[in-house]
Design a binder for this molecule. Structure first.
Ligand SMILES: NC(=O)c1ccc[n+]([C@@H]2O[C@H](COP(=O)([O-])OP(=O)(O)OC[C@H]3O[C@@H](n4cnc5c(N)ncnc54)[C@H](OP(=O)(O)O)[C@@H]3O)[C@@H](O)[C@H]2O)c1
Length: 257
């Protein structure tokens, strides 16, 4: 029987490329998105079986709906790519707290809820691989995206701890840390009037996804997603003082009037 992968945020950007990459490696896909775009996945990935699920993962009901759909297939789950996420740009004084709470629910709470289901299922099976999308933003203060960066830092730290726990159950956990990637992500975050708002200089989502899936298949603990310059930024983020990183980040994230 073909193997099964769950991919959240599969209707666009990095998640869509992860779904396509896994499909090309022979996986059937449960692809989750919040908009009708997720329905197009089946017509795009013709070489595989796609189960599209339209659900709002920022709600408990949405997460439960996704897991019900996985359970209904009554098949082993070999891969879970917990990737759906969003940002919100702007000065903290101006941003809407309700939007920020929804972002925390999507970027953290839904990932933890899904990970609870996925780890229990995979440990019963005795095998499986989990790919958690974090970000280079996990390694730096993120002024003018002041809540987003901490949500990615949470996911990196979560992935690192979970990885150690899951070893004895035959399950691997890999964190994907993309650098800036050319998707709708920063536009959706209301950041068109920032350096991040311009997609011309960013990484290709196909490259980032391939690096993530390669690392997942190799059982690596983490991988930086992007080109050589992105990998250099990741190294710099490991050594520069936080105050320097904060100033550098603000140059790209601060809205121009
Ligand atoms: N792009 C970057 O520069 C970058 C850099 C580092 C890390 N990342 C991380 O990479 C991940 C994917 O980002 P991306 O660039 O691919 O963004 P994207 O192109 O905006 O795609 C986001 C995906 O998440 C889904 N999604 C958004 N809100 C959702 C919700 N409430 N419920 C269910 N699904 C929802 C979207 O579904 P719909 O489109 O159907 O609404 C879409 O499939 C995120 O976790 C992000 O933090 C991105």
């Amino acid at each position: 029987m073909r193997q099964l992968a769950l991919v959240t945020g599969a209707s666009a950007g990095i998640g869509r490329s992860i779904a396509a990459d896994l499909a090309s490696r022979g996986y059937d896909i449960v692809g989750v998105g919040s908009s009708a775009k997720v329905e197009d996945l089946a017509s795009e990935l013709t070489q595989t079986v796609v189960h599209p699920v339209r659900a709002d993962l920022s709600t408990r009901e949405g997460v439960d709906q996704v897991w019900r759909e996985v359970e209904a297939l009554d098949r082993p789950l070999e891969v879970a790519a917990l990737n759906a996420g969003r940002s919100l740009g702007g000065g903290f004084l101006d941003t809407d707290i309700e939007e920020e709470l929804v972002m925390i629910a999507l970027n953290i709470t839904s990932q933890v809820l899904l990970a609870k289901h996925v780890t229990r299922r995979m440990s019963e099976q005795g095998h499986g691989g989990i790919l958690i999308t974090s970000s280079l933003s996990a390694l730096t203060p993120t002024p003018y995206e002041s809540i987003y960066g901490p949500t990615r830092a949470f996911m990196l730290s979560f992935a690192e701890g979970l990885r150690e726990e899951m070893k004895e159950h035959g399950v691997t956990v890999t964190a994907l840390l993309p650098g800036a990637t050319a998707t709708d992500f920063h536009h959706s975050a209301g950041m068109d009037n920032t350096v991040f708002g311009n997609n011309d200089w960013k990484n290709d989502p196909g490259l980032v996804a391939r690096q993530g899936v390669d690392a997942l298949m190799a059982g690596k603990d983490h991988v930086v997603g992007g080109d050589a310059k992105t990998r250099r930024s990741a190294l710099l983020n490991r050594v520069l003082p936080d105050s320097v990183k904060a100033r550098r980040f603000a140059k790209s994230s601060r809205p121009t009037p």
